[in-house]
Design a binder for this molecule. Structure first.
Ligand code: FES
Length: 149
């Protein structure tokens, strides 16, 4: 049976071909709410063409370390919820760049903490900053610090 596709709609196979994303992954994105399809007369999924840009954006976001949940939150913030404009992309890019800067600082701190652990192996809650990185109370001494009389 021939698919009924208008020029504004594409099949999942063509979406896969155009984006390089496997059909199974596209179905997964749809189950997660990242993209939406509708059924044509032959009951086949069809996607609006602008979904190509959304799938491409998902790929870029995943490559830069964002989770699908984070990406979904970003997509929900887009003004028209469907098409990604140049302005949307610029705003997203700036936010993601700032988030990447934050992650770089965090990873650099972890890397520096790891330097103390190399050759140690104690895995001690009291000494190891990788195991217990935010032990602020431990820095003021041993014993209970939050108990009141
Ligand atoms: S393993 Fe000893 S300080 Fe981390």
């Amino acid at each position: 049976m021939q698919k009924t596709l208008t020029p504004d709609w594409i099949s999942v196979g063509l979406l896969s071909e155009r984006t390089g994303v496997a059909v199974s992954a596209l179905h997964f994105y749809e189950r997660k709410g990242l993209i939406k399809s509708q059924r044509n007369n032959a009951n086949h999924r069809q996607y609006p063409k602008h979904v190509i840009r959304i799938v491409s954006l998902i790929q870029v976001a995943q490559r830069t370390g964002f989770s699908l949940e984070e990406i979904l939150l970003e997509l929900d913030e887009l003004p028209n919820h469907t098409r990604i404009t140049l302005e949307d992309w610029e705003a997203l890019g700036l936010r993601w760049q700032a988030e990447l800067d934050r992650k770089i600082v965090q990873l650099t701190e972890l890397k520096n903490m790891m330097s103390d652990c190399i050759g140690c192996g104690c895995l001690s809650l009291e000494r190891c900053k990788l195991l217990n990185p935010y032990d602020e109370l431990g820095e003021i001494g041993a014993g209970p610090r939050l108990m009141t009389e």
